[in-house]
Each structure stands twice: as structure tokens, then as C-alpha cells.
Design a protein. Structure first.
Length: 435
């Protein structure tokens, strides 16, 4: 029977003071040596609340005793990196070298909501920081955080939120199962997804300054083109006097794991006031030597643009594009949701109102609406890309107030597998099978 070691109160206290729990402090039992990061901790820190033999939980073990000299901070090495001729040489993984993975004998089983930050490499389950074997890999100048596990599962009804400046790669020697939510998306006014707003993104904000109406920001482009922002009309100067920003271009499927692109802010009023842009979606790649199943949701959507601030008469902010979802396994079966849609652009405003914000991307195949309805002077924001409509919507026409922000384009859903099934799933945009 497999021995299970989980994180007890003593180790939790150590991690709270040290900010991160070094994997060397996780002492395996003397049975199989397998370690399981299981977030279903009771108040005592044990999965079942007490040791099976009825003894005190102070040792930190569910079963399998350790020598008295062993302590929770004892240095216990991870399993070694696989030798040549092992399964690593037969794993044609994308974007990383399996034979260079950090050693691991850990299964990650999330049964309670958790977060992961790619800058620190730390999981948080409740208030407790926990680490798993990880490394930073460089992809032609773009760093990504890679965690190496024996298997990885997010339980039904559980949400794992991932943020930080780097994309996330989960590399599993076994299987990966997403039964709950894995969220690397961005939201307006909230968190930005892991690796979002890649350095190669090119969106230029309008620069023309006006007192009674400026151009809206363009939407972010990635898998689909970003929508163009609407024109503003300062004191009825006429079309073309205060142009909106151009949306970002669509690109071919990237050869690295990277996030989507932000929109652009609006043109400023005379005092420098602008409407903020929406962030692009983040990026995650799930790579398994075995099978990948997604019955829950993997989300990498872009954020909506902000509406023109109160009484500023500026345009709306452009929305962020969708991000990146990559799935690689011996078999890949999706019955749930994969969504990397763009957000909706913000509404332009007038001298008396606040423009409405564009909606964040949707977790289905529907387009996120742009902001609208706050004023009849100033244009609505453009809709985000989703489903088969890859581009964010342009904002046409000119009003007496600010122009609306352009919608964000879709991101990418990429699949590497000789055995892929997505029948009945909600996938937006459509998955691209990569050789």
C-alpha cells in the first residue's frame, strides 16, 4: 500500500516563517517514498485527522515511521533525474527536455482551492505556502516556470488560480486530470494571468489630445486580430481629427509558451486622463507522458477594457486578447471547457458621464460585449473575439464624445497528441492540432 505524507501543522508553521517550504524538508515515509501534496488537510494537518496507529501526529507522518534522528527539516533528496535509456528519452515533449527535469516523486492532488505564483514557484492552499519540484526554463528569451510531478489532478469543484510574470508548464511523468478549474486568465481590475502581456506585443495608444472626445484604444491581437478603437470628436472637429488606436495583429501559432497581448489605453484629455486597457490572457501548458483528461475548465481569457472616466470625454480602453492553452499527452480527452477568448472594449464617454467597462472574456463560445449604455455621446466598445469569430470587433463611426475601445482577439488552444478527442467539449477558439 502506498504511503502518504502530507503537510502537518509543524511544517505549516515553518513555511509561514520561511515564506516557502523547500522540497528537501518533505520527508518521505519508509514505505514507498511517494509523497502526495494533498490539499484536503483537516485542522490537525492530516487527511484523516489522526494517524492510523493512533499515535501523536507530531512526527508529520500518516504511516511509516522514521528513525528518531529524522526531523522535518532533514535534507532528503528528490528522486534522481532519469538516466539515458529511461522513459525521458522516449518522451518527445514540447518546449522542454524531459531528461533535464528536476527529480520528483510527488503527486499533486488539489482538493481545495489553491493558487500558484510563477515568480515564487509557490502553491498556496489557504494560508500555507507549499512547493513542489520546479525550475525556470528559457524559451528563446521568454522564461517559463515548470513544475515536475508524478501526476497532477485538480478535483471537481476546485479552482487553481495561476498568476505571475511567467507562463506555467506542468510536466507529469504520469497523468493529468482537470476536473475543476485551472485559471490563467486576466480580469479587469483583478489579477493578471501567468505570463500575460508578452514583451513582443505591439499595441499603440492614440496620442491626440482633446477636450471633448478622444480616440478609443485598440484591442490586443494574438490568435485573432484586435479591434480598432473608435474615433473621438473634440468640439465637432470632424472625422479623422482624433483617430482611435489600431488593434494588434494576429500571429501564427507561437513556438514557445507565452501569454496574450493587452489592449491600448485611450487617447488622453487635456489633463492626461485616459481609460485603462485590459490585460491579455495568461499561458499554461499541460504535458503528460500518460493521458490528459479535462472534464472541468482551463481558462486563459483576456480582460475587458475600462470605460472612459467620469466627465473626461475620453475614449474607452482596448480589451486584452485571449491567452494560450497547450495540451500534450499520449491521449488527450476534453469533455469540459477550454477557453482563450478576448475581452470587450470599454465605452467612450462625454463630459457628464462615466463610460461602462467592457466585459471580461467568457468561458464559452460567446463574445464578450463591449461597454455601452452609459451615454449616447461616445461610442460603445467592440466585442471580443470568441468561437469562430477570431478578431475583436472594430468600433466604427464617430460621436461627439470619446470613441469606444476595440475588442480583444482570441488566443490559442494547441494540442499535441496522436489520440485527441474533443467531442462534446466547449473549445474556443477551436483547438489546433500541432504535428
Amino acid at each position: 500500500m502506498r504511503a502518504v505524507l502530507t503537510y502537518v501543522a509543524l511544517l505549516a508553521l515553518m513555511t509561514l516563517t520561511a515564506c516557502a517550504l523547500d522540497t528537501g524538508a518533505l520527508v518521505p515515509s519508509t514505505d514507498s517514498g511517494t509523497r502526495v501534496l494533498d490539499s484536503s488537510l483537516s485542522d490537525t494537518g492530516f487527511v484523516d485527522g489522526a494517524r492510523p496507529d493512533g499515535t501523536s501526529p507530531d512526527s508529520g507522518l500518516l504511516d511509516g515511521a522514521l528513525p528518531d534522528s529524522a526531523s522535518p527539516d532533514a535534507s532528503v533528496p528528490d528522486s534522481s533525474v532519469p538516466d539515458a535509456g529511461s522513459p525521458c528519452t522516449a518522451w518527445g515533449a514540447q518546449h522542454f527536455d524531459p531528461c533535464a527535469l528536476p527529480g520528483t516523486d510527488m503527486e499533486v492532488i488539489l482538493t481545495a482551492d489553491a493558487s500558484y505564483n510563477t515568480d515564487t514557484g509557490v502553491f498556496r492552499v489557504g494560508a500555507v505556502p507549499l512547493t513542489v519540484p520546479n525550475t525556470v526554463i528559457n524559451q528563446a528569451g521568454t522564461d517559463a516556470r515548470l513544475i515536475a510531478v508524478d501526476s497532477f489532478r485538480i478535483g471537481a469543484g476546485v479552482r487553481l488560480r495561476v498568476d505571475g510574470s511567467m507562463p506555467l508548464i506542468v510536466a507529469s511523468w504520469g497523468t493529468i486530470a482537470i476536473e475543476g478549474d485551472l485559471d490563467v486568465g486576466s480580469t479587469r481590475g483583478g489579477t493578471t494571468g501567468a505570463g500575460a502581456n508578452h514583451s513582443s506585443c505591439e499595441v499603440t495608444a492614440p496620442t491626440a489630445t482633446g477636450a471633448s472626445g478622444t480616440g478609443g484604444g485598440g484591442g490586443g491581437g494574438f490568435g485573432g486580430r484586435g479591434g480598432n478603437g473608435g474615433e473621438g470628436d473634440s468640439n465637432n472637429s470632424g472625422s479623422g481629427a482624433f483617430p482611435g488606436g489600431l488593434g494588434g495583429a494576429a500571429i501564427a501559432a507561437p513556438t514557445i509558451v507565452r501569454g496574450g497581448c493587452p489592449g491600448a489605453e485611450s487617447g488622453p484629455d487635456g489633463g492626461g486622463t485616459v481609460a485603462a486597457e485590459g490585460a491579455g490572457g495568461g499561458a499554461v501548458q499541460l504535458s503528460a507522458l500518460g493521458a490528459i483528461t479535462v472534464s472541468g475548465r482551463v481558462l486563459a481569457g483576456g480582460a475587458g477594457g475600462t470605460g472612459g472616466p467620469d466627465s473626461s470625454a475620453v475614449g474607452g480602453g482596448g480589451a486584452g486578447s485571449g491567452g494560450y492553452i497547450g495540451l500534450e499527452g499520449s491521449t488527450v480527452t476534453v469533455t469540459g471547457v477550454l477557453a482563450a477568448n478576448g475581452g470587450g472594449g470599454g465605452e467612450g464617454t462625454d463630459r457628464s458621464n462615466t463610460g461602462n467597462n467592457g466585459e471580461d472574456s467568457h468561458a464559452d463560445q460567446s463574445r464578450a460585449p463591449g461597454g455601452g449604455g452609459a451615454t449616447s455621446i461616445g461610442t460603445d466598445g467592440g466585442m471580443g473575439g470568441a468561437g469562430s469569430q477570431l478578431a475583436g470587433a472594430d468600433v466604427p463611426g464617430v460621436e461627439a464624445g470619446g470613441g469606444g475601445g476595440g475588442g480583444g482577439g482570441v488566443g490559442f488552444v494547441l494540442v499535441w497528441s496522436a489520440d485527441y478527442t474533443g467531442s462534446g467539449a466547449v473549445i474556443s477558439p477551436a483547438a489546433m492540432a500541432v504535428p
